[in-house]
Design a protein around this ligand. Structure first.
Ligand SMILES: Nc1ncnc2c1ncn2[C@@H]1O[C@H](COP(=O)(O)OP(=O)(O)OP(=O)(O)O)[C@@H](O)[C@H]1O
Ligand SMILES: [Mg+2]
Length: 226
């Protein structure tokens, strides 16, 4: 039997604004295995991004445990969290967040350079990653010279270049027109499944959620079957 890639156990997360406390995640428990994709849907503001953020080590839980590939994510120091994010997790967001003064190739090289890889190795891995998302011919273009779909595929290449075990995608097709939506979604599912990665996908689109191996909804802080 495979080990789960991550286990979230009894996770709680609240936000305080003034004297009010907003309880966003209430005893959330979730685990996923290699090659599995889990879709999470739910109303705007219900806590989907918060769930991805705590799982990806971008934010901290108030209570509960998160274990992922040997990391106790809930209790890491800032330094260890940075290492966890760089080596285990690939993020894809609704907006591409590419750096405008860097070419597509340089943007995809960045995670590798940050992880201490040499420039030559980073460039060749980045080019391979761009080939997998069919943007290699645009490698020397700046983000402003790419179409919306090409930008988002470049962002996908950047998320995959370090070969992370866990891909966290937050509305990855939310900002694209219909034609590009399908292409990016196809690549996301294909590239994660082919390499046995685990995908947690937040989306408002029911057709996208249905393509995942499991589809869950976040309601009033709890995960339920969608
Ligand atoms: N840093 C923060 N400080 C205070 N409140 C926050 C913070 N981050 C999120 N929230 C609140 O927590 C709730 C959940 O936010 P979250 O971004 O997780 O929702 P979401 O489900 O991703 O929504 P959407 O579908 O609109 O992206 C919202 O009410 C939001 O206003
Ligand atoms: Mg969100």
């Amino acid at each position: 039997m495979n080990e789960p890639v991550f286990v979230m156990d009894d996770v709680c997360k609240s936000f305080r604004s003034g004297s009010d406390e907003l309880s966003v995640l209430r005893n959330v428990t979730l685990q996923a295995f290699p090659g599995e994709s889990v879709a999470i849907t739910g109303a705007s503001g219900c806590g989907k991004s918060t769930l991805l953020n705590v799982l990806g080590g971008l934010d901290r839980v108030d209570h509960g445990r998160i274990l992922c590939q040997g990391y106790s994510v809930d209790s890491l120091s800032e330094r260890e969290l940075t290492h966890y994010r760089r080596s285990v997790v690939g993020f894809v967001f609704q907006f591409h967040h590419l750096l405008k003064d860097f070419t597509a190739l340089e943007n995809v090289m960045l995670p590798m350079v940050m992880a201490g890889k040499g420039k030559k190795e980073a460039a060749s891995s980045a080019l391979e990653a761009l080939e997998r998302v069919h943007v290699a011919e645009r490698a020397s273009h700046y983000p402003a010279q790419l179409s919306g779909g090409e930008r988002q595929r470049t962002a996908l290449a950047r998320a995959l270049v370090n070969d992370p075990d866990l891909i966290l995608a937050d509305e990855p097709t939310g900002n694209l027109d219909e034609g590009h939506k399908d292409l990016v979604a196809d690549l996301l599912f294909q590239l994660t499944a082919d390499t046995g990665k685990t995908l947690v996908l937040v989306t408002h689109a029911p057709d996208l959620a249905q393509r995942a191996s499991r589809s869950l909804a976040l309601r009033e802080g709890h995960l339920v079957e969608a």
